[in-house]
Design a protein. Structure first.
Length: 423
């Protein structure tokens, strides 16, 4: 008799358990509640997502502009620095006995090498103590300027890639005849008060007159020319002598793209097959080192800015979500009274903040991409955006929203139904 009673009791318990089932929140219902919560206050939701839009947009724009700028640096490096070779006169093992190892016709054998565009020998002229450059003869009005005097063959200026403001550069005829002419940079011309070449102005270097035939406004290589006075090599040898042990001669070579390493290896033998050890070739540095250094600096600077924007966006989402929790205390209490568990409330507010973050991430990704493309078009660059950046940016927005909503969601889950309904 006791056995049927026990079975009846267990059936009754099973019926009661089936009648009171634990509440559940399906993903579909969670998405619907999150959407309803955002659409209930669309203005506030838009302003809340604005911080994430700015943060993610800055994140995408920073990475895109960094990649684009690095690409442009690489191209310019390849077009200029990667086509430049410098040959230094070391003088071999006993440089004190070899004043100038470059032959008189050093330009010719180098320019015959495959891949060479222009080449020339140059050195810095050392004037006697207390002598400089003047725009008037000695003894007349005019302030003497201590300036760099460069003795150069015609190939040096051609290899430097000058952009002339006025006049011309000297050529093989001026060098062969050792004429007393000079080409000055725009900075030096301004210091000497030379504004026009129509009057054939002359400058006085250590008391010797030189006619200025050209003013250089900009150069592609050897930028110190802009603050120098350049005179023909043969003229400098006649007036002041050749290079000294403290200022040995060098050669500047401009090459075709991709030929610099080969030219650097052949130049010493071309100049002096009997004594190639008198010269040391300096090929262009590895462009990857420059790219890595520049990209690293840009990344650190701009990613810090993006992180600050994301932090501001996260604080905005957290603040708005917390205010929403306080305003919806009655709603939360009613849900808890109807059977919603604490984790359901947590998931609801996390879903709302995550949705706002994702929406801001999508809009920010679009704006950041348009910013990179627009900047590249305005600068006539090639836009470079890594696909991983575009894919990861909305996920960054989602993560920002979820992290920002953790504390408000936890506060919402701790609200007790009785206390909420009393308010």
């Amino acid at each position: 008799m006791r056995r049927p009673a026990r079975s009846a009791l267990s059936r009754l318990r099973r019926k009661r358990a089936a009648a009171v089932r634990a509440s559940r929140l399906s993903p579909r219902d969670l998405l619907a509640e999150a959407t309803a919560g955002m659409l209930q206050r669309p203005g506030r939701s838009a302003l809340t997502a604005l911080g994430t839009v700015l943060g993610v947009g800055t994140f995408v724009a920073v990475l895109g502009l960094t990649s684009t700028t690095s690409q442009q640096i690489d191209e310019r490096f390849n077009a200029l620095t990667a086509t430049e070779v410098t040959i230094e006169d070391t003088g071999g093992e006993q440089p004190e006995y070899v004043q100038n190892a470059f032959p008189a016709d050093a330009d010719a054998p180098i320019e015959r090498l495959n891949g060479v565009r222009d080449a020339g020998v140059y050195w810095s002229v050392r004037l006697p103590e207390g002598r400089g450059v003047r725009s008037a003869p000695v003894g007349e009005a005019g302030e003497e300027t201590q300036s760099q005097i460069v003795a150069a063959s015609p190939g040096v200026l051609a290899a430097a890639g000058p952009h002339l403001q006025q006049g011309r550069i000297f050529d093989a005829y001026h060098d062969r005849e050792a004429q007393q002419i000079a080409v000055v940079g725009s900075g030096m011309a301004a210091r000497l008060g030379i504004t026009t070449l129509e009057t054939a102005p002359a400058i006085f270097i250590g008391g010797d007159a030189f006619t200025v035939i050209g003013i250089i406004e900009e150069v592609d290589r050897k930028s110190d020319v802009l603050l120098s006075v350049v005179v023909p090599r043969t003229t400098a040898e006649r007036v002041w002598g050749g290079p000294t042990s403290g200022s040995r001669a060098k050669m500047l070579i401009s090459t075709e793209l991709g030929a610099a390493q080969q030219v650097a290896g052949e130049a010493a033998l071309a100049l002096d097959p009997a004594h190639p050890d008198y010269f040391q070739a300096v090929p262009p540095p590895d462009p990857r080192a420059l790219r890595t250094a520049v990209t690293s600096d840009l990344d650190q600077l701009f990613l810090l800015l993006a992180a600050i924007c994301l932090l501001i966006g996260a604080v905005g989402i957290a603040n708005t979500t917390l205010v929403a929790v306080l305003e919806r205390t009655g709603e939360i209490g009613l849900r808890r009274a109807l059977g919603a568990r604490g984790r359901h409330i947590t998931l609801q507010f996390l879903a709302e903040s995550g949705a706002l973050g994702t929406l801001g991430g999508l809009v920010g990704t679009s704006l950041g991409t348009f910013a990179v493309i627009g900047t590249a078009i305005a600068r006539e660059w090639t836009p470079v955006i890594h696909p991983a950046t575009v894919v990861a940016a909305p996920a960054v927005g989602l993560l920002t929203g979820v992290v920002a909503g953790l504390y408000p969601a936890w506060r919402a889950s701790r609200i007790q139904p009785v206390e909420a309904l009393r308010r």
